[in-house]
Design a protein around this ligand. Structure first.
Ligand SMILES: Cc1cc2nc3c(=O)[nH]c(=O)nc-3n(C[C@H](O)[C@H](O)[C@H](O)COP(=O)(O)O)c2cc1C
Length: 210
């Protein structure tokens, strides 16, 4: 038991009883904030410890037959040019070439597999990618999954032993993104209007089936 003010504060802090307002964001809010960003604030440089913290959620992720075949390669700003030329962003926005100059993502986690790609490997990849993105949001960062990239060129330029299957870009998002509810049959294509990126989403009652 601490008998002084600071000692007590430290005890409370370590016990999670600090009176300081907590920066809380519940999971639903994190998921809602976790939009796919295709433009980033390049004055913000993602640090190695931030990328490590994001990757640190992966060992706790579920894995089909618990095979844990995925391997991660962190790419920081100094190596970003080994990845950037080979990714494609915003394929549905035919009139814009993304990323806009000066807003490129400059940190990545490249997800590889030690075994040939199959449906279970791909399921593992999705789980791992989304979990890392949620962790990124929790620490104030943003990201996007990138499946459209030249696998061979990225493998060569990074000197990877395994084929890369998905890239997760990480950075400080510099876009305004809004989700908009759509009905069945309406276009799912995301679009931009007056500088806002709109993402059409089906509501829950259209997703849950009987
Ligand atoms: C597996 C996967 C691969 C993706 N690949 C790309 C990609 O190559 N380029 C891109 O611009 N967006 C890519 N995206 C992002 C989707 O376009 C995005 O999730 C979708 O437009 C919905 O937006 P939201 O993530 O903000 O909900 C990918 C998403 C997933 C899940």
């Amino acid at each position: 038991m601490a008998d002084n003010y600071l000692g007590k504060k430290m005890e409370d802090f370590l016990a999670g009883k600090s009176s300081a307002p907590k920066r809380t964001m519940n999971l639903a809010k994190i998921v809602a904030k976790n939009r796919s960003y295709r433009g980033y604030d390049n004055s913000f440089v993602v640090r190695e410890d931030q990328l490590r913290r994001i990757m640190a959620v992966v060992p706790s992720c579920p894995s089909a037959r618990n095979q844990q075949v995925l391997r991660l390669r962190a790419v920081l700003t100094d190596e970003a040019d080994k990845v950037l030329p080979f990714i494609r962003l915003g394929g549905a926005l035919r009139d814009i070439k993304l990323p806009l100059e000066g807003t490129e993502p400059r940190a990545f986690v490249v997800i590889c597999s030690t075994v040939a790609e199959d449906k279970y490997v791909n399921m593992d990849i999705g789980i791992v990618a989304q979990t890392m993105l949620l962790q990124a949001v929790e620490i104030g960062l943003n990201g996007i999954c990138i499946g459209a990239f030249d696998h061979q060129k990225v493998q060569q330029s990074l000197g990877l032993e395994y084929e890369p299957l998905l890239i997760v870009a990480i950075g400080k998002g510099a876009e305004t993104i809004r989700m908009v509810e759509i009905s069945e049959g309406e276009s799912h294509d995301y679009y931009r209007q007056d500088g806002v990126h709109f993402v059409p989403k089906l509501p829950l009652d259209k997703i849950v089936i009987k």
